[in-house]
Design a protein around this ligand. Structure first.
Ligand code: GLN
Length: 294
């Protein structure tokens, strides 16, 4: 859009005298405010209570898209999509509760707006979580999955791994693998029929816990492999157990932005860019390099 300041002259009014100047100024300001509200509606929100929200905003910016920090329920009215970042899901849930965000977050999901949860954000989106702290924690839900909160162990068992990501590579180009950064990461143990698995990860079968168990096994990894799910899509919801915002590979972000475009097709719902220009498919080829956030 570039510079869209509007004056009455431009919308067809002819000023007859000097006295009209203040009226012109006032109406120009009103139109400017209205337009600015319309364009804010098209930004991507990032829940900014705790965790890696800055890194998501930086990743969006690398794609030319404006990310808006969300801390209050009413701010959800002004965005077309939301990212729930990684962090610590119990802490994030307490803060979300304190700010009365859960009802608005649930409405946002139910309205069909695109929401992407990474790591703790994935836990938030799951219909069911196991391995929670005593007393559990509130979830937003919507994603027909059972998530184990700390499936891969404690902070020191964090790791990086190459994941096969056929759907991502198909849609976004680039290599068939994605380097997943797992920080005290959750995993999806069960997913409903409407959930599309975008990536899984091999685990020794003795590590595998069934969803009725909240206990983590730290036994030796010598058994034959099973698999856990680490990236899914279900309609308007995207979930990743790892942290794409900590890599320079922005393909998950551009994949999510395409979900926003899909929802917005045929409507006024589109993404606002940092420089105000429309985001085209080939404008930002993915940067495939490592390491990670610096
Ligand atoms: N397992 C953590 C939790 O329960 C999430 C870790 C992360 O977001 N990196 O909140």
């Amino acid at each position: 859009m570039g510079d869209w300041k509007v004056t009455l002259r431009e919308v067809g009014f002819v000023l007859r005298s000097e006295e009209m100047r203040p009226v012109e100024k006032k109406m120009g300001e009103m139109i400017e405010k209205w337009a600015s509200e319309c364009f804010t509606n098209m930004a991507v929100g990032v829940l900014a209570l705790q965790g890696s929200f800055n890194e998501h905003i930086a990743a969006l910016k690398r794609l030319g898209v404006k990310g808006v920090e969300i801390r209050k329920p009413e701010q959800l009215d002004n965005i077309s999509a939301l990212i729930i970042p990684g962090g610590e899901s119990t802490t994030m849930a307490k803060l979300a509760e304190y700010h009365n965000l859960f009802p608005a977050l649930r409405d946002f999901v139910k309205m069909g707006r695109p929401v992407w949860g990474t790591c703790a954000g994935l836990i938030f989106l799951a219909d069911k979580a196991v391995g929670q702290k005593v007393g559990g924690q509130e979830l937003v839900g919507g994603l027909d999955c059972t998530v184990h909160r700390n499936f891969f162990g404690s902070q020191i068992q964090s790791f990086e791994a190459e994941l096969a990501v056929p759907e991502l590579a198909d849609k976004e180009g680039g290599p068939a693998n994605f380097r997943g950064i797992f920080i005290r990461a959750p995993a999806i143990l069960e997913a409903g029929p409407g959930v599309k698995v975008l990536a899984d990860y091999p685990v020794p079968s003795n590590k595998y816990v069934d969803s009725s168990s909240a206990v983590e096994s730290q036994e030796e990894k010598t058994e034959p492999e099973g698999k856990v799910i680490v990236a899914v899509k279900q309609g308007n919801l995207l979930g990743t157990a790892f942290h794409p915002e900590l890599t320079a590979d922005t393909r998950w972000h551009s994949y999510f932005l395409k979900m926003v475009d899909e929802v917005g097709e045929g409507t006024s719902n589109s993404i606002s860019t940092v420089d105000g220009e429309a985001l085209s498919d080939n404008q930002n080829p993915p940067r495939i390099d490592l390491p990670i956030f610096q």
